[in-house]
Write a protein that binds this ligand. Structure first.
Ligand code: AMP
Length: 303
């Protein structure tokens, strides 16, 4: 896999290609969630660029930034194995060569849920994604449904700013017991790890009730929050049914939406959601996909 550090170099590579290429933006410390995005890109495009950049602008908490897990050598190895053609690994100086005066504001889409708890987070995401899309010019860009509010914001960003790129959403990849994979999961101790199941358990209960006909937002939020709320070592932050188009809170599940939950367990902040697509007039839950083996997150050596 070729590692490039400048926008200009990646653009030259893209312009010399015959076919289409996809971009998969990541902050590294790869797990099967990232790998499934890379596989989606490989299946949908002739070539794949993965970006690897821990974006300081999207961290509202300096401690979270300094302890964010990093292992670039392992990331390159996993990217290579996943068939990535180019890894774009810019330094902060390349990414923010000018201290940016212009900003990209997600407006009210950043006012709720993650945006309300993490001031400036989505402005940082939106600026980095805009720069990656404008500076690299991929045909398609791949994002995980794990970060549902981020996905909704990126979809709307591309639409509202008429960016010439297809945004492709990929299902959430989960561990065998349902916990959504996330790079920060490596900070969960054994007890916290078993408590963490309560998030996906509640979401799946809510998804089951939707399949059985329930449409009330408050009822679905209550179902989703029940297991986490029952455990006093789980600090539940929010449970919210939000519209896919603008992340506005929904009283009724009557359009494409996602049901999102956030909680902190032993100091580790976790988010998860199930989304609802609309097919033949009814909402169809997307619970994501489960691994049948232990995640690469926990393997310390290469095989
Ligand atoms: P990150 O490196 O955490 O910024 O994530 C990079 C991309 O991978 C984002 O589009 C995430 O939504 C996606 N992603 C992270 N975790 C998962 C997961 N468990 N399943 C699917 N996609 C994921």
């Amino acid at each position: 896999v070729e590692v490039l550090g400048s926008f200009a170099a990646v653009r030259r590579w893209g312009e010399s290609l015959q076919g289409s290429f996809g971009l998969v933006p990541t902050m590294g410390y790869l797990h099967e969630g990232h790998i499934s995005l890379l596989e989606g890109a490989r299946a949908g495009c002739d070539a794949v660029v993965m970006s690897l950049f821990v974006n300081p602008l999207q961290f509202d908490d300096p401690t979270d930034l300094s302890r964010y897990p990093r292992d670039p050598d392992r990331d390159l190895e996993l990217a290579e194995r996943a068939g990535v053609n180019v890894v774009f690994a810019p330094g902060v100086a390349e990414m923010y060569a000018t201290d940016p005066i212009f900003r990209v504001s997600p407006g009210r889409m950043a006012a709720s849920m993650e945006g309300a708890r993490r001031p400036g987070h989505f402005e940082g995401v939106a600026l980095a994604v805009t720069k990656l899309l404008a500076g690299i010019r991929p045909d398609r860009a791949y994002f995980g449904k794990k970060d549902a509010q981020q996905l909704a914001i990126v979809q709307r960003l591309a639409t509202d700013l008429s960016l010439p790129v297809d945004i492709v959403a990929m299902p959430t990849v989960r561990e065998a017991d349902g916990l959504a994979l996330g790079s920060r999961n490596v900070f969960l101790g054994a007890a916290a790890r078993s408590r963490a199941r309560s998030l996906s358990r509640g979401l799946f209960m809510a998804a089951d009730s939707v399949a059985a006909g329930e449409r009330g937002g408050a009822v679905l939020e209550a179902h989703a929050g029940t297991p986490a709320g029952a455990d006093d070592r789980v600090e539940l932050e929010y449970v919210e049914l939000a519209a896919q188009e603008d992340v506005g809170r929904l009283e009724e599940l009557d359009r494409p939406a996602f049901l999102a939950i956030a909680a902190t367990i032993d100091g580790v902040r976790l988010i998860d959601n199930v989304s609802f697509e609309w097919k033949a007039g009814v909402p169809v839950p997307d619970r994501g996909v489960r691994l049948d083996r232990i995640s690469a997150l926990y393997s310390t050596e290469e095989d």
